[in-house]
Design a protein around this ligand. Structure first.
Ligand SMILES: NC(=O)c1ccc[n+]([C@@H]2O[C@H](COP(=O)([O-])OP(=O)(O)OC[C@H]3O[C@@H](n4cnc5c(N)ncnc54)[C@H](O)[C@@H]3O)[C@@H](O)[C@H]2O)c1
Length: 276
């Protein structure tokens, strides 16, 4: 098979949660650019409207629905609507996620942060992160499986994080727990759904410049702090995730399931003490 065939997603029906911004928007774009029909589920109506309008004007088949991924009933209704429209469901990106506030040290790891200390960690913050970053993935995969199993095909791709593999001490503890939980849930689902030819994989990004956490990644000092944790020495642009996303969504990845693929400039290789 030639590369153009291997990476073909033309005519696919796809859902991207959190698809109106950041990494999810990049997933939406790369699928749409290659001829898939994509529905974005997102909380942010303004961003849905502007991105759907922009991508539709480019001739792509992109729609949007305001869906809160933590609302289980709404999620199942939204999946049913998309399936009724496309008559198929080939690719689902379980991507929506939120930041969890400060960790127990500052991003540059030089000072302790009282708000992130375990004895002060707010229950509401813990619950919201677990609900959005872990429980919603359960809901998304459950809804996807209902359509993909009978179809005997499908690709489920979950956004985890470098935080599923190592501790990012400058990021709140709930985020570590959620992402590590999602990674192992992904492996369970890969095993369960394999006999139905549904693959389940995870993309584990290192630091990308997106709107997460109120867009703090656009601040130079944040880029410097995260860049210092990456052997390639910088944060990434969302364009850089498109190739891996297309690989996992397309026939090119037909024998990949249960894999968590890092895309992090080497951030999870271990600590690097290098000067100059
Ligand atoms: N940016 C990074 O460096 C990075 C690194 C590792 C993992 N991630 C993960 O990537 C995923 C995408 O994050 P991003 O960085 O692109 O952030 P982002 O804020 O740019 O995009 C996230 C999108 O998800 C939507 N969203 C949030 N809560 C939602 C909900 N309850 N229901 C529906 N939509 C909701 C937001 O409205 C937003 O459009 C997240 O799971 C995040 O944890 C990001």
């Amino acid at each position: 098979m030639k590369a153009a065939e291997m990476f073909k997603v033309e005519g696919y029906g796809a859902i991207v949660t959190g698809g109106a911004s950041g990494l999810g928007l990049a997933f939406t774009e790369v699928l749409a650019e290659h001829g898939a029909r994509v529905t974005v589920f997102d909380l942010d109506q303004q961003r849905i409207d502007s991105e759907v309008q922009r991508l539709s004007a480019l001739g792509y088949d992109v729609s949007g629905m305001r869906v809160d991924v933590t609302d289980r009933a709404d999620m199942h209704d939204a999946f049913a609507q998309v399936h009724a429209t496309y008559g198929r469901l080939d690719v689902v990106f379980a991507n929506a996620g939120i930041d969890s506030g400060p960790g127990f040290v500052t991003l540059d790891r030089t000072q302790r942060v009282s708000e992130g200390a375990i004895e002060n960690y707010e229950d509401a913050r813990w619950n919201k992160v677990i609900e959005t970053n872990l429980n919603s993935v359960f809901t998304t995969v459950k809804a996807a499986a209902r359509y993909m199993k009978p179809q005997r095909s499908g690709r489920i791709i979950i956004t985890t994080s470098a935080a599923a593999l190592l501790i990012e001490s400058g990021v709140g503890a709930a985020y570590m727990a959620a992402k590590a939980g999602v990674a192992h849930f992904m492996r369970t689902m890969a095993q369960e759904l394999a006999r139905y030819q549904v693959t389940v994989n995870a993309i584990a990004p290192g630091p990308f410049i997106t709107n997460i956490g109120g867009g703090h990644a656009f601040r130079p000092e944040v880029q410097e702090a995260f860049g210092a944790t990456v052997p390639l020495g910088r944060m990434a642009s969302t364009e850089e995730i498109k190739g891996l996303a297309l690989l996992l969504a397309s026939p090119a990845s037909s024998f990949i399931t249960g894999a968590q693929i890092s895309i992090d400039g080497g951030a999870t290789l271990g600590q690097l003490f290098e000067q100059g």
